[in-house]
Design a protein. Structure first.
Length: 426
């Protein structure tokens, strides 16, 4: 069956022709029984069929072994979460419409929800919903189409780039044992970062150019070659193509000794100096991983910005204050920062060690009263969790305030080196 971005009829046809779920899809249906799990079954089943076909075709053309079972399980789990986010509002509206019209059977809230969940396990009614909400149909259809096309692209690129990956990333693999599909930022038609697990280690696949990472690595090489820098900063192995690339997988590690915490924060200072000089921001806690004694930034899309340093000042004290902050080292977002006048009421800093911060400003919708006909989305405070960015030793996270001297030393060493070698740095 042809799957095209423009044609949405295939998804309605798949619903009508549905017979029964596979074992993998059935497990997800039961898992999500209180979140309209029956509804997603049709699309997960169809998606699995397309995954099987894609992986079988790729296996014929590829000299790399594919663990189809694990890849399919990971893909289904990720898409299941997307479907919940995509469909939940529509289904809440639909169950409430039927409730108001007295069309739900049952003596209590749970039994009425069960009646509705049974209804959305019928092909005819699901087809009605898709016809009633064509935008939802389009979104589901395009997600499936784009995901299959993206998987084909990734597998073909892996086949073509295998030798380059070995040369640059030092991973020589002959089996892809799993692919982890993230739910982060998307690029170029819904593509997102993938973690590819091979029989020789993990690889990060990014669906955009990694030219900023290549540029940063050249800066790292230049700085690390100086004897003024006492502890060399980490250079992430990177392989770049025009519109995609690969990087080594950076895992979280604690420091092996307390002394290495000192080394870690010295390197924070060196990194802070570089990022401040080139005007990089967005180095918040989700973009930093504590890799033993090395702080490693894993997203450098905002490495270079075209900001003018000569903007006219206005008479608003708060605006001028924030502008000064943005052009200072605090503007990198690498250091802990929580200002009363900020739009954030929690610390997003790259090296922040605050756990489970609750925001009274930023809210997100969560599903409440699941498994009942009172199911709804409720706005609640965001709880910020940060773990992988926190340097630690022996199970205890380090407090950056205890390492101010180390940070300052690393920053000063690097900044002075660049001042003395401006032409070489540029």
């Amino acid at each position: 069956m042809d799957i095209s971005y423009e044609n949405n009829n295939f998804i309605t046809d798949a619903v009508i022709n549905f017979s029964s779920p596979t074992n993998e899809v059935e497990k997800l249906r039961i898992k999500n029984k209180d979140y309209f799990g029956n509804f997603y079954t049709f699309f997960l089943d169809f998606y699995q069929q397309r995954l099987v076909n894609t992986l079988e075709n790729a296996s014929k053309e590829n000299n790399v072994k594919l663990n189809k079972h694990k890849i399919i399980s990971s893909a289904l789990e990720a898409f299941n979460q997307e479907l919940i986010q995509l469909c939940i509002r529509t289904l809440i509206v639909d169950i409430n419409e039927r409730k108001e019209k007295g069309l739900l059977e049952g003596k209590d809230s749970r039994s009425r929800y069960k009646n509705y969940n049974n209804l959305i396990f019928k092909s005819e009614y699901v087809a009605e919903i898709l016809n009633k909400y064509p935008v939802l149909t389009y979104l589901i259809s395009s997600r499936i189409s784009n995901k299959i096309l993206y998987l084909k692209e990734v597998l073909e690129n892996l086949r073509k780039n295998r030798q380059d990956i070995y040369r640059e990333l030092k991973i020589e693999f002959d089996e892809v044992s799993n692919i982890y599909f993230s739910s982060g930022d998307t690029h170029n038609g819904g593509k997102n970062v993938l973690i590819i697990e091979t029989n020789q280690g993990k690889i990060v696949y990014k669906p955009h150019s990694l030219s900023p990472d290549i540029l940063f690595n050249s800066i790292v090489d230049y700085v690390n070659n100086s004897d003024k820098i006492l502890k060399k900063i980490y250079k992430t192995r990177t392989l770049n193509y025009k519109d995609y690339g690969y990087q080594e997988f950076i895992d979280y590690k604690e420091c092996e000794t307390s002394e290495k915490l000192n080394f870690y924060f010295y390197r924070v200072g060196v990194s802070l100096s570089i990022f401040h000089i080139i005007g990089c921001d967005d180095l918040h806690h989700e973009n930093l991983i504590a890799h033993g004694e090395y702080p490693v930034v894993i997203d450098l899309e905002t490495l270079i910005k075209n900001n003018s340093m000569y903007k006219p000042r206005n008479n608003n004290l708060i605006d001028n204050f924030h502008e000064d902050i943005n052009y200072s080292v605090l503007g990198t977002m690498l250091l802990p920062l929580n200002l009363q006048t900020s739009i954030f009421d929690f610390d997003l800093g790259g090296i922040s060690n605050d756990e489970n911060q609750t925001s009274e400003i930023w809210k997100s919708y969560i599903i409440d009263f699941e498994g009942t006909d009172e199911i709804q989305l409720t706005k609640k405070s965001v709880i910020m969790n940060s773990t992988q960015n926190r340097a630690a030793y022996n199970g205890k996270a380090a407090d950056p305030k205890d390492y101010i001297e180390e940070i300052l030393k690393g920053f000063t060493d690097c900044y002075n080196f660049v001042l003395e070698n401006k032409s070489g740095f540029l």
